[in-house]
Design a protein around this ligand. Structure first.
Ligand code: COA
Length: 174
């Protein structure tokens, strides 16, 4: 596997919507992702295997806070640490845009996502009752208000180029 990360552009919207479709019960459309990529108050990154889009993560940025809108890895690529690397990339990218805090919502039943967010110091700050319309599940609201403690080297670094690397042993796990 040749894993790399880069910023999403509107032309990626179709490929991103495909990953979205296999990841969420009420997926966003291709048009939504096109608009998100064209909006300068957002930050969307892609994970790619070569040229193939295998994941994405995005957030809205406002007044020094980033709100994660979605993060997903294509089914066949899950459980290989790619979501963890993508989350680091999006935290660093939002810090480069001046963010010091990040928030998101997650289903209590979503064990992999909860593990991912705990890994990066997110803590439960509240719940929205019956938030998810497909099954009435609550949303856990999570915050990390001290991003600088996660990646001190990213503070005040300005815009960063997402890194590119191989996953050791990635081929064996495919
Ligand atoms: C959530 C998601 C992005 C994680 O991506 P991933 O590449 O599979 O995650 P990773 O392999 O980096 O693992 C992240 C953490 O989840 C844990 N994990 C992975 N698969 C798991 C599973 N099936 N059950 C429980 N924990 C799991 C890993 O052990 C790791 O935890 P750690 O840091 O404590 O070791 C991916 O599962 C996904 O796309 N899910 C569908 C969309 C979704 O639910 N997005 C989140 C919305 S809030």
């Amino acid at each position: 596997m040749r894993l790399r990360f880069r910023e999403m552009v509107p032309e990626d919207a179709g490929a991103v919507a495909e990953v979205e479709k296999e990841s969420f019960p009420t997926p966003w459309s291709r048009e939504s992702f096109w608009r998100e990529a064209a909006n300068e108050n957002t930050c969307y990154l892609l994970a790619l295997d070569g040229e193939k889009v295998i994941g994405y993560a995005g957030c809205w940025i406002s007044f020094g806070e980033a709100q994660i809108t979605n993060i997903a890895i294509a089914r066949a690529y899950r459980g290989k640490g790619i979501g963890t690397q993508l989350m680091e990339a999006v935290i660093r990218a939002s810090m480069a845009r001046g963010c010091t805090a990040m928030t998101l919502e997650v289903r209590p039943s979503n064990a992999p996502a909860l593990a991912l967010y705990h890994h990066y110091g997110f803590r439960e700050a509240g719940r929205r009752k019956g938030y998810y319309s497909d099954n009435g599940e609550d949303a856990i609201i999570m915050w990390n208000t001290k991003l600088a403690e996660l990646f001190p080297d990213a503070v005040g670094q300005g815009k960063q180029v997402p890194h590119e690397e191989d996953i050791p042993g990635g081929k064996e796990r495919e």
